[in-house]
Design a protein around this ligand. Structure first.
Ligand SMILES: *[C@@H]1O[C@H](CO)[C@@H](O)[C@H](O)[C@H]1NC(C)=O
Ligand SMILES: *[C@@H]1O[C@H](CO)[C@@H](O)[C@H](O)[C@H]1NC(C)=O
Ligand SMILES: *[C@@H]1O[C@H](CO)[C@@H](O)[C@H](O)[C@H]1NC(C)=O
Ligand SMILES: *[C@@H]1O[C@H](CO)[C@@H](O)[C@H](O)[C@H]1NC(C)=O
Ligand SMILES: *[C@@H]1O[C@H](CO)[C@@H](O)[C@H](O)[C@H]1NC(C)=O
Ligand SMILES: *[C@@H]1O[C@H](CO)[C@@H](O)[C@H](O)[C@H]1NC(C)=O
Ligand SMILES: *[C@@H]1O[C@H](CO)[C@@H](O)[C@H](O)[C@H]1NC(C)=O
Ligand SMILES: *[C@@H]1O[C@H](CO)[C@@H](O)[C@H](O)[C@H]1NC(C)=O
Length: 565
């Protein structure tokens, strides 16, 4: 056993208790030998092998240096030791201070589906990492840094160990929204660092919405007149910095421009005629203020879409691009449009005009919200190579995979991190204590998607259940989503973490043990420890439990053992 369960070697003498418990839990961990490996972090070196030739890759070198720096910053001592005055290894070996890395394919690009597996071997001969690609080695290093303990003035790995590890899902995502409130570049980078630590590999950046347009578009510089201020703008250099930062952490960056709904800011500055219903009161034409949808009957609209899309396609290197398509409102468009058409016909008209623009980028993989196939504006015909992100009922996953579509699961009932904080509408009389408001305030927790999704709800979300084998194969992964109506730099990190780490583990190595039961028992201590690990690195991550529970593993479990152990 690995992790919290004390590890006792069957050789008559208790050698050592393994206390480290990296998150996500690696697939296959084998502890062996009978001594700890002491590391001298001031002397430790990276050696890259390629067919026996020493070479140096800057991404690998950077990741190695960060891992070493993090180990020194954190001086990790799992809280299992907190009541032990000293926990020095009884038997220790001094290994060569070399991390040897063997990568088979240095050229594999960071794109959907790239091989991210790795092996990590630590014994008296040193530390060896092998992986197919650079991206696997990056994951090996975030595991390694969580394996090193600092006690008695020494850094050490508690025993010899061999780890074989790989992800269950190719798309392990997080969505952030920089339009409802602006998110500073350094705060976006912070999320990327925490994603890398949790082995999550895709940041979906919902760049713009009807409220603001913060991203610089060179062909239409007037669009950022609808940023909240001149300082709340992402220059193209900022975007490239974020893209490169993410890449150096093994995180793909997928942009979203939400169209044709959720569109007002920015577009209207290019030409007011390409936006409809921007000036009515929002309740007449939108799901939240302010209203606005692209005028999909206007030819000019498609020229502007093309300019924005092509420019951003050059900044973001990912094959994937999210083109939105959620919550198109019938009431935004003129009644006359519906004389001979339904909302579905109108959406289809847009899709048929816009797809050739989107598909003109070679290798492009499009992502859309599930509304395009599962709402009253659903279209009849959508190419089967579009990936759908499901946020409505979980049953949509079966519906869409059974129709042959790839799906990213983001069920609002499980994976929306903004739920449970109430709503943001002001002067909202639904909060007044009155009998007609009981349902809203009590059952719905005062918001459309309450209550709050706890890490345990996220972790035990079994989104493959009820799917056939072939349907399961089309689920490419999942994404935790944080909308920003009530989020900016002040609360971003704390609202996402450590809850998103629970999804990170579920998507990397699963949420069940060998017996097929949810491994909530071991995850409970792992995630509570991991939260402390992130705090030790300086991140303002939310606490999950009273500190007492950190110091007293399982004393805070909901049930007395042996239930659910
Ligand atoms: C785990 O690793 C051990 C040692 O390398 C190996 O014998 C075993 O087959 C692996 N198990 C799995 C499930 O990969
Ligand atoms: C530390 O705490 C654990 C869990 O409460 C307990 O089992 C162990 O005996 C304690 N160790 C010491 C040295 O007090
Ligand atoms: C680790 O790498 C070194 C250097 O290539 C090699 O000599 C050693 O055999 C490797 N150890 C294992 C267990 O693979
Ligand atoms: C709009 O574009 C369509 C398709 O390219 C074209 O058939 C139509 O004539 C254009 N309408 C106007 C008013 O330019
Ligand atoms: C409805 O009919 C008018 C007039 O024939 C046509 O211009 C328009 O494109 C049609 N709308 C749709 C959505 O088919
Ligand atoms: C997806 O399908 C559309 C329509 O069939 C096609 O034009 C496009 O090239 C396809 N995209 C890819 C990446 O194969
Ligand atoms: C998928 O959902 C749509 C819209 O609710 C429904 O019309 C359709 O029958 C469903 N298809 C399948 C295969 O479940
Ligand atoms: C699976 O089906 C059951 C029974 O219909 C339903 O209660 C449950 O929500 C479904 N779960 C998922 C993840 O689709």
């Amino acid at each position: 056993m690995f992790g919290l369960v004390w590890y006792i070697l069957l050789c008559s003498r208790v050698v050592f208790a393994i206390s480290v418990d990296p998150l996500p839990r690696p697939h296959n961990v084998t502890w062996f030998g009978d001594s700890a490996i002491v590391l001298d972090l001031d002397a430790i070196e990276l050696k890259e092998l390629e067919g026996g030739e020493g070479i140096s890759n800057s991404l690998v070198q950077g990741a190695f240096e960060r891992a070493v720096a993090d180990i020194k910053t954190v001086k990790w001592s799992p809280y299992l030791y907190s009541n032990v005055t000293s926990h020095c290894p009884e038997s220790k070996a001094q290994a060569p201070n070399v991390v040897t890395v063997a990568i088979a394919d240095y050229d594999a690009d960071l794109q959907f589906g790239v091989d991210e597996s790795y092996e990590l071997h630590i014994d008296e001969g040193g530390i060896n990492i092998s992986s197919e690609t650079i991206w696997g080695t990056l994951h090996a290093l975030t595991t390694l840094q969580q394996m090193v303990v600092y006690q008695c003035g020494q850094y050490f790995v508690e025993q010899y160990v061999h780890i074989q590890d790989y992800p269950l899902f190719k798309h392990r995502g997080l969505m952030v929204d920089s339009a409802r409130n602006f998110l500073p570049v350094n705060k976006i980078m912070e999320q990327i660092e925490l994603m890398a630590l949790s082995k999550m590999n895709t940041l979906h950046w919902h760049l713009v919405d009807s409220q603001s347009w913060p991203v610089e578009i060179a062909s239409h510089p007037e669009m950022t007149q609808d940023a909240y201020s001149a300082r709340e703008v992402y220059t193209q250099k900022d975007v490239l910095n974020v893209v490169n930062f993410a890449r150096s952490r093994g995180v793909r960056l997928v942009p979203e421009i939400d169209m044709p709904g959720h569109a007002r800011a920015g577009w209207r500055k290019v030409d007011p005629d390409i936006v409809e219903c921007a000036d009515v009161f929002w309740t007449d034409a939108a799901v939240e203020p302010p209203p606005g949808q692209l005028n999909i009957m206007n030819n000019e609209t498609y020229f502007v879409i093309g300019d924005v899309y092509h420019e951003l396609s050059n900044l973001f290197h990912d094959h994937y691009f999210h083109v939105g398509n959620d919550e198109l409102q019938k009431d935004c468009y003129p009644n006359s449009w519906y004389d001979n058409a339904t909302l579905s016909d109108i959406t289809q008209h847009y899709i048929d005009r816009a797809l050739p623009i989107y598909n003109s980028v070679p290798g492009r993989q499009l992502v859309m919200w599930d509304d395009v196939l599962l709402s009253d504006g659903a279209v009849e015909s959508l190419p089967s190579n579009v990936t759908l992100q499901t946020w409505h009922e979980v049953s949509g996953v079966k519906n869409l995979t059974s129709r042959g579509y790839n799906v990213i699961v983001s069920s609002s009932d499980h994976l929306y991190l903004d739920c449970g904080y109430g709503g943001f509408l002001t002067n909202d009389w639904r909060y007044i204590d009155a009998s007609q408001n009981v349902e809203f305030n009590t059952c719905k927790g005062g918001s459309w998607c309450g209550p709050y999704k706890t890490w345990q709800r996220i972790y035990t979300f079994d989104f493959l259940s009820n799917l056939t084998q072939s349907e399961q194969e089309l689920v490419v992964g999942a994404e935790a989503v944080l909308w920003s109506e009530q989020v900016d730099f002040a609360v971003l990190t704390g609202k996402i973490w450590p809850r998103a780490s629970a999804l990170g583990e579920s998507l990397w190595s699963g949420n069940k043990n060998e017996k097929g039961e949810f491994r909530l028992y071991e995850m409970s201590t792992r995630i509570v420890q991991f939260r402390e690990y992130m705090v030790s690195l300086g991140f303002a991550v939310s606490p999950l439990v009273p500190r007492f529970c950190l110091f007293n593993p399982h004393a805070c479990d909901a049930e007395k053992p042996p239930n659910h152990v």
